[in-house]
Design a protein around this ligand. Structure first.
Ligand code: GLN
Length: 303
């Protein structure tokens, strides 16, 4: 498929929408970004890359990291994580506290913050001594060895993470964290604070479009595990806007409050879009609109 002209067209048609929404304010450092940027990259499973706009500008990946953390836990530890995390959409904001108490400390899914804290806890337990779990995977799969944690963003989140502290302590009170709360929060905050560009993330997400095969051909996940991560991205990847995202875009997707969204066309390609201004559910407004245009123009949707 001829992607380059389409991506250039999308950059043009998205421009008038770049002023809609607001940048995230829950992490003060994220508000420092120039808000009217937009980038898009597509990486095919064979490794061809097409990109346009601000596709090479690094941004804070935030909750996109949750997909990579889950992939590592499934790869290293199999299915046991599902004894500690459900697989249902929450219908609530990503950092909601209410549901967790009703459901006795079992988070609804691995992509809301509570679920990602449990996944991160398990990742710490099964990768003892390894410093760079998610960062290492992103470096390997993107081929960009200089990807880094933005320590300014991590420090900013550490100073303002009262809700995540509340979630983590509640999980611990229910016996659903094995590691010390502060260790889990530090690991979570650091993986969220990785900076990467659209091109880095499209390349790093290719295993989701390749039945779990890594850049070097080795299996990170088997095809069933890969299918299941993609299914959960459809139902839970964009939080309480997952229904609207499925309706408009029709692909597995995962957003972050840095304004990035990854999306997967199974067996074909991975896409990453980025624009910092968010809608009320924490998903990039221009990013969702761009993916809507991408799937409408190409017919590349799972539906
Ligand atoms: N680090 C952010 C938080 O925990 C990630 C949220 C997001 O990107 N949706 O609040």
């Amino acid at each position: 498929m001829e992607f380059q002209n389409l991506l250039d067209d999308i950059v043009g048609s998205i421009k008038p929408r770049l002023g809609e929404g607001n940048v995230a304010n829950s992490i003060p450092e994220l508000a420092a970004v120039e808000p009217n940027q937009f980038g898009i990259s597509v990486a095919t499973r064979e490794g061809e890359v097409y990109s346009s706009g601000d596709s090479e500008t690094p941004f804070s990946i935030q909750s996109i990291s949750k997909v990579f953390a889950l992939a590592l836990v499934l790869a290293r530890d199999g299915e046991s994580i599902w004894n500690r995390v459900f697989r249902e959409p929450s219908g609530n904001p990503f950092n909601s506290l209410v549901q967790l108490e009703h459901e006795n400390g079992i988070p609804r899914n691995p992509f809301i913050n509570a679920g990602a804290l449990v996944v991160t806890d398990r990742l710490l337990s099964v990768s003892a001594g390894e410093a760079n779990g998610v960062l290492g995977l992103l470096r390997d799969e993107s081929g960009n060895a200089v990807l880094q944690v933005d320590t300014g963003v991590a420090a900013s989140e550490s100073r303002h993470n009262h809700r995540n502290q509340a979630l983590a302590h509640f999980l611990a009170s229910c016996g659903n964290l094995d590691n010390p709360v502060d260790d889990v929060l530090d690991a979570y905050i650091n993986q969220c604070a990785v900076s990467a560009s659209c091109t880095d993330l499209a390349l790093a997400s290719r295993f989701l479009a390749a039945n779990g095969a890594r850049r070097d051909g080795a299996a990170l996940l088997d095809p069933h595990q890969t299918k299941r991560i993609n299914a959960m991205m459809v139902t839970c990847g964009t939080y309480d806007a997952a229904g609207e995202f499925a309706y408009r875009v029709g692909l597995p997707g995962k957003s972050g409050i840095g304004g990035g969204i990854i999306a997967v066309v199974p067996n074909y390609c991975a896409i990453c879009v980025w624009s910092p201004r968010l809608g009320s559910s924490g998903n990039s407004i221009a990013g969702v609109a761009a993916l809507d245009e991408f799937t409408s123009c190409t017919g590349l949707s799972i539906f």
